[in-house]
Design a protein around this ligand. Sequence first.
Ligand code: GLN
Ligand code: ZN
Length: 749
Amino acid sequence: MTRISTSTLGFPRMGPNRELKFSLEKYWKGEISDIELLNSANEIEKSGWKLQMEASIDRITVGDHYLYDMVLTWSDNLGLCPSRFQHMDAGLKRMFAMARGVDGSEALSMKKWITSNYHYMVPEYDESTVIKPNIELYLNDIKRGIDFLGAQTATPVVLGPVSLVFFTKISHGTDESVLATLLPHYKNLLATIAEMGVAEVQIHEPALVFAEQNISHLLSIAYPAILPKQGPIINLVSFMEDIGEENYQWAISQAEIGIISLDFTRGHTMDLIHKFGFPQDKTLGVGMIDSRNVWTIQPEKVSEVSDFLKAHVVKFRIQPSGSLQYLPWDFSCEKELEGHPASSLLSFAKQKLSEIQMVAQVIAGDMLLLKSHADTWEVFYKSVASGTNQPNKRWTEQDFVRSEPFEKRNEKQGLLGSPLLPTTTIGSFPQTKEIRRLRSQYRSGKITKAVYEAGIDKQIAYAIGIQEALGLDILVHGEAERTDMVEFFAHQMTGLLFTSNGWVQSFGSRCVRPPIIWTDIQRPHPMTVREFTVAQELTEKPVKGMLTGPITILNWSFPRIDISRKEQAFQLALAIRQEVKDLETAGCRVIQVDEPALREGMPLRQHGRESYLQWAVDAFRLATGGAKSETQIHTHMCYCEFKDCMGAIDRMDTDFNSIENSRSDNATLEAFVDIGYNKGFGPGVYDIHSPVIPTVDFMESKIKGFLTCLPVNQLIVNPDCGLKTRTWPETIDSLKNMVEATAKVRAQI
Ligand code: GLN
Ligand code: ZN
């Protein structure tokens, strides 16, 4: 049997036990030095390398152990720095300042990373930006990689120039002019890497998967100008979708590109190859091991791709569909899941490495291996008494529609006793050490349920007291009982599995532990009613019931790969629908159903978009359609541009919509105005991800800016997102200013 070669495209950066998170947080508090932070990161990187070496992966990435985010590091590597940070010396301090803000300088904006729950920092290019590379650290990292793995295996990763430009907010010049400034530096960089003797370089061009017209134009300007004529093989890497006809045709016609890495788990990659062929002299990186889901590959998929490759491709290698950063580190640590019917099919980053080898061997001809893999799936199917494969008839047409249109509902809801420009928050308040301790003591059985609930109630009382004192209008209970907005709900439903250590980076040092959907979903009991009631009994003002929507739960979980996402979303929607009913019965007048992930799940290319938005919005409507007209339904969304799905947002038919706005300019607000959105609207007035306290003036002018495009009775005043990552002093000062800014505006209308 011939051996088929393998590669990876990146490994989780947080470490087996989130070591990087803890080091970063210590570093930000000034408790450890630059060197100590880097040492800690290097150790993690090394343990990832070891695992990949042990799994006999042929090409292992180096230079990609980003401390905060790939795009941020690359803008920093190239010295792409907006004027407000230019007084700082290049280096870690400046890079983190760009990520988190410093002394009144707003951080770069943050956006969701290509259909995922990872976030990237948006680089800025303004009139004072001078590209000045700063690649010493990067070259050092590559050297370390070569020393450890050898020059044949160590594969440097570079974020491609077209993607860097594509992700950058350019306020001075055009895509072409900024690209032109970057190219000589890319050329030098690639030449320097070539001198280091590596066999291959991966140029990651995530922008390839976007449908925007000018990508292939930028590609054809950039690549002839930067690729060395000799030296390492160039591997052009894309992920998360297919790259579309235009980009595909461009890629296969580039003589200097030796390897093209494509995603075989999403989009229509095989159709492209089928239609345009794949050149015999190039190697295809077959990204068929799903880097974004913990379920192991289905045997049918292996056979399908294997047959396809044999028919159409001469040279290929097997690899994950993207970086394994979207997966937790190692499933074998999950002792509590041992013996679970799903456990033999679950595969985290470490297990994916074996999966790569398994698939490579099957494709090389080991049919017994495929048979035993198929048997494992069969055993699972036999052990799940799941109805999920059956068409579902648990809803009717009417269940998707509120009983009256918005205008009627609005009259019945009135202003709930609030003044004009009602102030509110998005849900969570600071998750203090005390709260975390309380939850962990309860989880480990150290305290009784009664003691735990009394502790939570104290937190709720505190949050209500603060909000009353600040003079906010629509209150929240503060979410002290929630670890995160998905895990909390998933825990109370059946059909989902939880890990104890399955952390995945969301942004910076923040990690989430996505649940795993493994069978039918149900909600056996109310999930939020107790805490709502405790809060509402403490105040005359309306307290918002706070729920997470079905699409967000789905997108931030690992769904089954053998059942449609629509089916799974509708099951979740029915569970949320029951909760809405129970909250109403408990006297709740305002219910917020958060859908921050709605937009991120939207396919990048036109095919698939319409049907996604159809079922995704239907799922939301199924969750909220049963609410009485008197109940004000809110939703909240963040870190996305919504311009291209405004119709869908309107179709969600919420009474209020609060949306992240302050870190991504006013484009979002304008998009709402453009479609004549007539329902309640709360564009965020300040960024909650930065520790910087927004001033009264700043927010007053934001609100006034909003009022230039929206009528006053449509506007609600709130921060960009929940406040759980902030401290109480920061929260109080910020909200005090927000309420004051609102009062000032009210006085002027
Ligand atoms: N209600 C949630 C909170 O405040 C919303 C979080 C989010 O949108 N990501 O934490
Ligand atoms: Zn949010």
